[in-house]
Design a protein around this ligand. Structure first.
Ligand code: DX5
Ligand code: ZN
Length: 215
């Protein structure tokens, strides 16, 4: 099943729920990018922001950790109402052990892969993770251009597993359909959605281009 996961990184942080409310009725999940200024150069937001949003919406919180030593925070993110916690294989920790801890805290677990990391890095984890996040840009910033090599990487992963595949970065009406053809299930979209003047209109266009039926 194909789904769009709006990334609030491109939303208006001074009116975060205002932006989220414009997509809330038409999507199932929200993508939350947590950055620490260490694993990636940028700093975004953390648990307090997620806790506040949790009070306003029941959407599934798809949380993408771009932080050093993510194992330190599994319990924290569970406590603010995260539904899925995704960690990078590049985070230099025992990813399998973190996945287990995420599951122990009743969250789904995702594993993320940077564009320059060989896909072999996630293969041993396919039996335990609930989702594979294939980065289609270098992590850390919204608004970058989609890296076309992603399509081949997605195809190769899709050949090996039925696990949900998510793509993140530079997804729009042009790159989204190509991702769909390669086997992507979940499309993270930031600037091509929240960066537009007419957010609900942009969502409709994106859904149509990717082949997601209304309702
Ligand atoms: C980048 C983040 C993305 C980002 C995508 O490191 O992981 O989720 O919000 O943004 P766009 O859609 O603008 O490329
Ligand atoms: Zn992300």
């Amino acid at each position: 099943m194909r789904r769009i996961a709006p990334s609030i990184l491109a939303a208006d942080f001074s009116d975060l729920y205002g932006d989220v409310s414009q997509v809330e009725g038409s999507v199932d999940l929200l993508h939350l990018d947590v950055m620490d200024g260490q694993f990636v150069p940028n700093i975004s937001f953390g648990q307090p922001v997620i806790a506040s949003l949790r009070e306003r919406t029941d959407l599934y919180f798809d949380t993408h950790l771009m932080i050093e030593r993510p194992s330190r925070y599994v319990e924290d993110f569970a406590s603010v109402g995260v539904d899925r916690l995704t960690v990078h294989v590049e985070a230099r920790e025992d990813t399998r052990a973190i996945v287990e801890e995420i599951h122990d805290h009743d969250m789904d677990a995702g594993v993320a892969l940077n564009p320059d990391t060989d896909i072999e890095a996630i293969e041993p984890l396919l039996d335990t993770v609930d989702m594979v996040l294939v980065m289609s840009v270098q992590p850390g910033f919204g608004g970058q251009s989609f890296e076309p090599e992603t399509l081949d990487r997605v195809e190769r992963i899709a050949e090996q597993t039925d696990t949900e595949i998510e793509v993140d970065g530079g997804v729009d009406e042009e790159t989204g359909p190509r991702c769909a053809e390669a086997g992507v299930d979940t499309f993270v979209i930031g600037s091509s959605l929240f960066g537009r003047e007419d957010i609900p209109g942009a969502l409709t266009e994106l859904r149509e281009s990717i082949g997601i039926d209304d309702g």
